[in-house]
Design a protein around this ligand. Structure first.
Ligand SMILES: O=c1ccn([C@@H]2O[C@H](COP(=O)(O)O)[C@@H](O)[C@H]2O)c(=O)[nH]1
Length: 239
């Protein structure tokens, strides 16, 4: 994979007009992430627009509900012909298995390719302290993230979303066929903002990430194209 194909840009903007303006401003970006803010605002219209421009799409809706509801949502989402789709590992095994089946059914019914279904292990905005004291999870953070990835793998999912700080351990345990996608990645020149567990683009790739998800360091930059180029150049130095 080329360096530029490994970076998924998070299109976290409030409306269709701003989304189209960004996609047109950065024609070199081949993979866009549509998340809760934009999808709630525009519905599937943004997906149609990205597809008409031959872009790959990560639909990051992070489903979290009972098995029947999660399966219904996955069936519907799979009909859009997106490339990646997220649900939380903490849905539990029954919901994860139901989701795996649902994306196949939804895609087949729509005559499209099923998305790769990937599970959120632990949001990159959660710190070790928050995991222990707010969420009361009695496991070390890397161990919790690993267990959530293994649960997703055992349930038949294609991969997981994890912080770059844990990706090395997950890669070692889950193997090379398990897709690992890392958000919260920060070049040294970018602000971390609400991200608590980040590494730089080159560190994340070296540790074993397949894809990096990067939003504000590009979309909130004074010169988004320059920011994109710097990130891609950093990754290219590895090859
Ligand atoms: O654990 C997670 C899961 C998803 N995200 C999403 O990735 C982007 C990151 O955007 P930045 O602006 O680069 O922080 C955002 O859309 C999140 O919803 C995540 O950050 N962490």
């Amino acid at each position: 994979m080329n360096a530029n194909e490994r970076v998924i840009v998070a299109l976290d903007v409030p409306d269709l007009e701003s989304a189209i303006a960004f996609v047109d401003k950065l024609p070199q970006v081949t993979f866009w992430k549509v998340g809760l803010e934009l999808f709630t605002s525009t519905g599937p219209r943004i997906l149609e627009i990205l597809k008409s421009r031959q872009k790959r799409i990560f639909l990051d809706l992070k489903f979290h509900d009972i098995p029947n509801t999660v399966a219904g949502a996955c069936r519907a989402a799979a009909s859009y012909g997106v490339d990646l789709l997220t649900i939380h590992s903490t849905n539990g095994k029954d919901a994860l298995k139901a989701a795996v089946e649902a994306v196949q059914v939804g895609a087949e019914k729509a005559g499209t390719k099923p998305p790769k279904l990937i599970a959120i292990t632990l949001l990159t905005s959660i710190s070790t302290r928050q995991l222990a004291f707010d969420l009361k999870i009695p496991l070390e953070l890397p161990e919790f993230a690993l267990q959530m990835a293994l649960l997703a793998q055992e349930s038949g999912l294609d991969g997981a979303v994890c912080s770059a700080q844990e990706v090395g351990q997950l890669r070692e345990s889950c193997g090379n066929d398990f897709l690992l996608v890392c958000p919260g990645v920060r070049p040294t020149w970018a602000e971390k903002a609400d991200q608590k567990r980040s590494l730089s683009p080159s560190q994340a790739i070296l540790a074993g990430a397949d894809y990096l998800v990067i939003g504000r360091p590009i979309t909130a930059a004074a010169e988004p194209e320059l920011a994109w180029n710097q990130i891609v150049e950093e990754i290219k130095t590895l090859s």
